[in-house]
Design a protein around this ligand. Structure first.
Ligand SMILES: [Mg+2]
Length: 426
């Protein structure tokens, strides 16, 4: 594996994206603490994104509205306008591409680029060029933070570290982690600052007597692999040590969707039917890209009772019947553990452990090939009909979108990043 001696990657993340798009589009919101909510007028939901002014007053993404109001009584709540965010995303992408080729779009407000040799000594100039172009051609309220490092993982961490330098500033950051300066900037971070390390993984590391970044860096790759229970741990070791670690051949780790449920649709049966839609949508995207999933996860954020999540292995499948029946088993398990009168505020489903659909190995123990192929053919026919006649003409089982439709893309992505710790732990 190659150990770069210069910075090679840039990671760019827009600051409070939904909220800053709203501020750019609606002048009366500029300079105000703004919280974007999934629905208009619903008090019992959460803020899905907030402006820098709100962030500096202690409001966080995915915070219940009541708590956000407590911290910031003059917060202005605006319902999300996903269409506006998509248009902003496209416009921003084309402005950035005029300065530097975009290597991968990671989400509606995050992307990475390779840094050309000519820019490697002067990354700050490159960051300024990107920011100036956005400010001039789109607007000065859409600020972003940029991180530079030897590889994508470190660049992402640098980007996040540069976003909040102190208590009085947020966003418009630029952090440059030259390989020659490593690991000093990393040592200032906590374990939970590593993307993918959630509270579960953090506790697991604590139990293994790894309490700081220094402790983690002192481990061996195979130790980290064992702690994570899969290759992610080993890969992370190399990434943290500055190696040029290629993205897994899959090019992506998971397909998932999440949503916030409207207040009147939060009983477990509502969540259950919403989860079927989310799983079907995720399965459809995964098939279109040619993948099979080896695991399905379901997670729920409950109104007052914390959160719960379950996952289940799949025999490398991509058809709706396999995915939906695994989902049903997950619900059967979850159902027993939910407190009486539980209310689900947010939920999500994720398909992961991806392998190429063209390379499905026959599972000798399972001997499901004939059945699987029948369901795959049925699913292909359903996809073809839905493609031809509109989004969902045919589905396996009921298809009842909850009121309010789907929460926007960013919301789903938040859900993912918040849950990744859970997803990668065995
Ligand atoms: Mg962002």
């Amino acid at each position: 594996m190659r150990l770069p001696i210069q910075i090679e990657r840039l990671y760019l993340d827009f600051d409070g994206f939904f909220a800053s798009v709203e501020q750019q589009a609606r002048p009366h919101l500029r300079g105000c603490p703004v919280g974007v909510t999934p629905f208009a007028g619903a008090e019992h939901t959460c803020v899905i994104a907030c402006s820098r002014e709100a962030k500096l007053r202690g409001v966080k993404n995915v915070m219940p509205i009541a708590e956000a109001r407590e911290r910031c009584p003059d917060i202005i709540l605006v319902p999300q306008t996903p269409d506006l965010y998509r248009r902003a995303h496209n416009a921003l992408l084309s402005e950035i591409s005029a300065v530097i080729p975009v290597d991968a779009v990671k989400s509606i407000d995050e992307l990475t680029c390779r840094v050309a040799p000519a820019d490697r000594d002067e990354p700050l100039t490159l960051a300024k060029r990107i920011k100036a172009r956005i400010a001039e051609n789109i607007g000065p309220y859409l600020t972003c933070s940029v991180g530079f490092a030897a590889n994508r993982q470190l660049a992402k961490m640098a980007c996040k570290a540069g976003k909040k330098l102190d208590e009085r500033s947020y966003g418009d950051g630029c952090a440059i982690w030259f390989p020659r300066d490593m690991p000093a900037p990393l040592l200032r971070l906590e374990l939970k600052d590593i993307p993918g390390v959630g509270s579960r993984m953090e506790s697991k590391l604590f139990r293994a007597k790894i309490h700081s970044m220094a402790d983690l860096l002192a481990t061996q790759p195979k130790h980290m692999r064992k702690l994570w229970g899969n290759v992610t741990g080993g890969r992370l070791w190399y990434a943290l040590h500055g190696y040029d670690i290629q993205t897994p051949p899959s090019g992506r780790g998971m397909y998932g969707h999440g949503r916030v449920l409207p207040p009147e649709n939060r009983r477990p049966e509502h969540a259950r039917s919403a989860s079927r839609l989310l799983a079907t949508k995720a399965g459809r995207r995964m098939r279109r890209d040619g993948w099979n999933a080896g695991r399905l996860a379901l997670w729920l954020d409950l109104m007052r009772d914390g959160s719960c999540s379950r996952s289940r292995g799949l025999p490398a499948v991509h058809d709706d019947q396999a995915i939906l029946s695994a989902l049903q088993s997950l619900w059967d398990e979850v159902g027993d553990s939910l407190p009486p009168r539980a209310r689900v505020m947010r939920l999500g489903v994720t398909l992961f452990d991806l392998t190429r659909a063209s390379e499905r190995q026959l599972d000798i123990l399972l001997d499901d090939d004939a059945t699987r192929r029948r369901w795959e053919r049925a699913t292909e026919a359903i996809d073809a009909l839905n493609r031809k006649y509109g989004r969902t003409l045919v589905s396996i089982g009921p298809w009842t979108p909850p009121p309010g439709g789907y929460a926007g893309g960013k919301n789903q992505l938040h859900a993912h990043s918040a849950r990744r710790g859970f997803l990668v732990s065995p």
